[in-house]
Design a protein around this ligand. Structure first.
Ligand SMILES: Cc1cc2nc3c(=O)[nH]c(=O)nc-3n(C[C@H](O)[C@H](O)[C@H](O)COP(=O)(O)OP(=O)(O)OC[C@H]3O[C@@H](n4cnc5c(N)ncnc54)[C@H](O)[C@@H]3O)c2cc1C
Length: 328
């Protein structure tokens, strides 16, 4: 392993100063970064350990929740307010990794975890995400786990997080700080589609620190769910996953709908066309099928993953039917 300097920060401004180096990385739980360093895929000169930074879950003045970046995944999933108000977030986290990994992993680290594309981890393979300009062996290779939406000629990798899919459906915001000041980015704009620069997963700038994620108060009378379909019952990344929040008026029409998909794109995929199609309509089997079809018009399956289309269709329909409260 390449030698690196190690600093431990007690506060965000101290962390940002310690990371003011072209090749510095923040160290959360280390469950992804340390693996990548062992493989030689990440070779930082400086590691700034931020696990001593605040890790609280607190109420915002607008009635939502703010989760500090260093909060462990287990603490978020177990938090009573989250389980009561945003149960899909708790479910999504518990659907990921293992108990031991979730005990170590942080919210910010989960947002920043790299793809699980096997060609990204294989130094002998061409991967534009690992070595820009080297090509993409996944596009013509074994691409069963890869993207069907928003991919580019340069990259067909998917974003692996479960938590982020739930956060996308919850209209979450990512809070950042750097030596230039603070800023906030909607979660749906935080992760990027690959385009010609798949080496950049997010809009995070060099040296910027994720300080927190906030979730607005849940609109009244909404129900939510998260469902993940994978090859094993646990300890496997998503083939597809669906996070949904739905509110129904007393006459049965939809007055609030958010749907996000995981395992299908380079970022959590907010199904905005599906949402627009459903809003204001009764939540019927036909309306759901039509809206899903509309969203999937943009899908381009690869040689090994066309199965994701019907899988995603059925999973989304099942989740929305569940949220209709058995009325379908
Ligand atoms: C075997 C295995 C199975 C897994 N299965 C799943 C799964 O099914 N679903 C799922 O969602 N996840 C899964 N994971 C991923 C796991 O959730 C991530 O490894 C974890 O969330 C990363 O968190 P961490 O705190 O350990 O990040 P680290 O490894 O410490 O860091 C990851 C990245 O985030 C950056 N970073 C960390 N904190 C900050 C910050 N505050 N600001 C800016 N950058 C920061 C680091 O520099 C690094 O680039 C799995 C992991 C393993 C090892």
């Amino acid at each position: 392993m390449k030698p690196f300097a190690y600093h431990r920060a007690d506060a965000a401004d101290q962390a940002v100063k310690q990371a003011a180096h072209a090749n510095a990385r923040y160290l959360g739980g280390g469950t992804n970064l340390v693996d990548l360093m062992r493989e030689g895929i990440e070779q930082p000169d400086v590691l700034v350990d931020i696990t001593a930074l605040p890790h609280e879950i607190s109420r915002t003045s607008e009635g939502g929740l703010r989760i500090d970046g260093a909060t462990r995944n287990t603490a978020v999933a177990a938090n009573l307010e989250i389980r009561r108000e945003f149960p899909l977030l708790s479910r999504a986290i518990l659907a990921g990794a293992s108990a031991q990994i979730r005990n170590m992993a942080t919210v910010a680290g989960n947002l920043m975890q790299r793809t699980r594309c096997a060609y990204f981890y294989d130094q002998a393979a061409a991967c534009n995400k690992r070595v820009p300009g080297s090509g993409c062996d996944a596009a013509g290779g074994f691409n069963r786990m890869h993207a069907i939406l928003g991919a580019s000629a340069d990259c067909v990798a998917t974003h692996p997080s479960d938590m982020c899919v739930a956060l996308a459906a919850l209209d979450a915001t990512v809070h950042l700080c750097s030596e230039d000041g603070d800023r906030a980015v909607p979660l749906v704009e935080f992760h990027r589609l690959p385009g010609e620069h798949p080496e950049r997963d997010t809009v995070l700038r060099e040296g910027e620190l994720i300080t927190a994620v906030s979730i607005p108060a849940a609109p009244g009378h909404t129900r939510s769910s998260y469902r993940k379909v994978r090859d094993r019952a646990s300890y496997a990344f998503a083939l597809v996953s669906v996070a949904a929040v739905v509110g129904l008026s007393t006459d049965g029409t939809i007055n609030h709908v958010r749907v996000a998909w995981g395992g299908v794109a380079h970022k959590p995929w907010r199904a905005t066309r599906l949402e627009a199609e459903l809003l204001g309509k009764p939540l019927t089997t036909d309306a759901i099928a039509q809206a899903i079809e509309l969203e999937l018009q943009a899908a381009v399956p690869l040689s090994d993953n066309a199965f994701k289309l019907p899988l995603l269709q059925r999973t989304t329909a099942a989740v929305l039917a569940e949220l209709a409260g058995g009325a379908l």
